[in-house]
Design a protein around this ligand. Structure first.
Ligand SMILES: [Zn+2]
Length: 295
């Protein structure tokens, strides 16, 4: 069933577990994510991009027609699922893009003004919140700044403080907040320095769910600790895509003497993604949903 992202995360906050938010670009990844959620009876968040944004990386971009027809499929597929599924528009930098996400059927949009001066970030986020709430869609925003792909250094002063998070929440009315707690996007070049105490402090003082970006590549213990201390949404993409590719590569190598068959490789890629999703759902503690909310 397609549900509001906020509902999934409020339950997670109550239940003391996190829910995976997995990015997708194509049908096989949608099936991998939803199949695992359905097999494990757990809620899940699928994440899309503002596909038609000309500033989006070319590998992720879709034409208007491709985007519209893909979103028809995605919304129908999520509605048909027996488990709670939310569709989130990930890292959208513009008001217009968030409106496209709402039109496509997203149940939440993330307005990412984290690179703007804080007053401008508040202004942009507030404008998106006003329209999204009128449409029954929830909003994620980001303060502090989660490092980018080439940025492997996280300095002490980039960790989000309780004061700035509270001020941002009060001024925007946002539904969930991405906080900077020491993770970076992409592949880690050196061990991240996570600030677990800051997560606990933020969780104790802020009523809305907390989101972790750059969730790929942490240790199982890191995920367990983050979920325990109050992170409720963990964004995960890079390692999932790499694991799918790894399974395809292995299948090709194992069958090097035979012709490569499209469906065999596709199936291998889906299996690879499913394996790593299954493993991470376990670390995130999402299975608790089954014990708490499905009696
Ligand atoms: Zn992110």
């Amino acid at each position: 069933m397609l549900v509001n992202t906020k509902n999934i995360l409020e339950e997670a906050k109550k239940g003391g577990y996190a829910v995976g938010a997995f990015n997708l670009l194509s049908h096989p990844t949608v099936e991998a994510i939803l199949n695992v959620a359905e097999e494990t009876n757990t809620p899940v968040i699928v994440q899309i991009n503002d596909w038609v944004d000309p500033n989006l990386a070319i590998a992720r971009r879709k034409s208007q027609f491709e985007a519209d027809t893909f979103m028809n499929y995605l919304v129908d597929r999520c509605k048909a699922s027996p488990v709670p599924v939310a569709i989130n528009l990930d890292h959208c930098k513009t008001y217009e893009g968030c409106m496209r996400g709402i039109k496509w059927g997203c149940t939440s949009v993330m307005i990412d003004g984290s690179e703007l001066p804080v007053e401008e970030n508040i202004k942009l986020t507030k404008a998106v919140v006003n329209t999204a709430h009128a449409c029954g869609v929830s909003v994620e925003a980001e303060i502090g700044h989660v490092g980018g792909r080439a940025d492997d250094t996280v300095k002490e002063d980039v960790y989000t403080t309780v004061e700035e998070a509270n001020l941002f929440y009060k001024k925007t009315g946002v539904d969930m907040l991405a906080v900077s707690i020491g993770t970076t996007h992409g592949v880690y070049l050196k061990k991240p320095k996570l600030n677990f105490d800051r997560i606990s402090e933020l969780n104790k003082n802020i009523s809305i769910p907390l989101v972790m970006h750059g969730g790929s590549g942490l240790t199982p213990g890191d995920y367990i600790e983050c979920a325990k201390r109050g992170i409720t949404k963990i964004n995960f993409a890079t390692y999932m895509f790499m694991e799918g590719g790894k399974y395809i590569k292995e299948t090709l190598e194992k069958n090097a003497d035979k012709p490569a068959e499209f469906n065999t490789l596709l199936k291998a890629g889906i299996e690879g993604q499913k394996a790593i999703i299954r493993e991470h759902i376990e670390y995130f503690g999402t299975k608790k949903y089954d014990e708490i909310f499905r009696q």
